[in-house]
Design a protein around this ligand. Structure first.
Ligand code: GDP
Ligand code: MG
Ligand code: K
Length: 299
């Protein structure tokens, strides 16, 4: 689904342990998705959750290693984390309203200064403090970093979460709905299917279209009344001319890509497949794709 004016992007939540990052994610995403933060950590950045509405999709990225490194590996993790922070659209720096400024925060703020990504200061656990205590806290943090927005919330009680989400949306670029709204697990077959389709497209067009084309698989659905798996996918190109090549005369190229991909997908899934393919022009897709790869889509 790629609607006009649709916004999507990546958001990283950083902050000391126990400030409420997980509670916040659970609160925002609720039962809408499967939260993936309990998966084993690797040095790669993991998708923690995806929040989808009619006008936006926010992909929350876990950034491991946002703490002072104690050894070389930590150092490496730190670099990975920094790169991730550079590539996201927005960083939420979460603090605990009840705690003062601490060394952990100082370290994170130094890292934030190394990237150009906008940063929100999210002051969590406001249910634990008197409103009068918020102002001095805000002043203190304001001195340390030019936050794009400062938003007090209570992740536990749900206060001001909607305001925060609305502000996040403002900072996202226009982009596709990377994930279907209903289903968010990092299905490996989703990406294998995307790769199979991409491979056919590149091969059949004899690479007249550049490798930057991307395929997003939107649906993998087994219909109750049949043993056919219904797959729909969109091929994303950067220019109208490339769209023309992919579709071909009277749609023949697209049909051929679909037929060949279908054979492979049937072999992969071990069942009959109905494949629906369409083509969409999305400028600046290349950068987004590079990000997706970095976020572990190829694992
Ligand atoms: P994380 O380590 O940053 O992911 O923090 P968690 O989400 O695990 O939260 C740590 C603790 O703080 C848990 O006991 C939460 O219930 C609690 N907590 C999180 N948000 C709030 C909040 O807004 N208010 C209060 N009072 N407690 C909170
Ligand atoms: Mg946590
Ligand atoms: K910065």
């Amino acid at each position: 689904m790629n609607k006009e004016g649709y916004k999507s992007g990546f958001v990283s939540i950083v902050g000391r342990p126990n400030v409420g990052k997980s509670t916040f994610l659970n609160r925002v995403i609720g039962q809408k998705i499967a939260i993936m933060s309990d998966k084993p950590q690797t040095t790669r950045n993991k998708i923690q959750g995806v929040y989808t509405t009619d006008d936006a999709q926010i992909i929350f990225i876990d950034t491991p290693g946002m703490h002072k490194p104690k050894h070389k590996l930590g150092d490496f993790m730190m670099k990975v984390a920094l790169n991730a922070l550079k590539e996201v659209d927005l960083i939420l720096f979460m603090i605990n309203a009840e705690e003062g400024f601490g060394r952990g925060d100082a370290y994170i703020i130094e890292r934030l200064k190394e990237v150009n990504t906008p940063v929100f200061l999210v002051i969590n656990k406001i249910d634990l403090v008197h409103p009068n205590d918020l102002l001095p806290l805000i002043d203190r943090y304001k001195e340390l970093y030019p936050f794009a927005e400062i938003i007090p919330i209570s992740a536990l009680q749900g206060n001001n979460i909607e305001t925060l989400v609305e502000q996040i949306k403002k900072y996202l670029p226009e982009g596709p709905q990377y994930y279907p709204p209903d289903q968010v697990t990092d299905h490996p077959e989703r990406f294998i299917i995307a790769e199979l389709i991409r491979e056919k497209a590149l091969h059949l067009t004899r690479e007249e279209v550049p490798h930057s084309i991307a395929v997003v698989v939107e649906t993998i659905e087994r219909r109750e009344d049949s043993d056919t798996v219904y797959v729909s996918a969109v091929i994303i190109v950067e220019r109208e001319s490339q769209k023309g090549i992919i579709i071909g005369k009277q749609g023949r190229m697209l049909k051929e890509i679909g037929q060949r991909a279908r054979v492979d997908i049937e072999a992969l899934l071990g069942s009959k497949v109905f494949l629906e393919l369409w083509v969409k022009v999305q400028k600046d897709w290349r950068n987004r794709l590079a990000q997706l790869r970095d976020f572990g889509f190829r694992e």
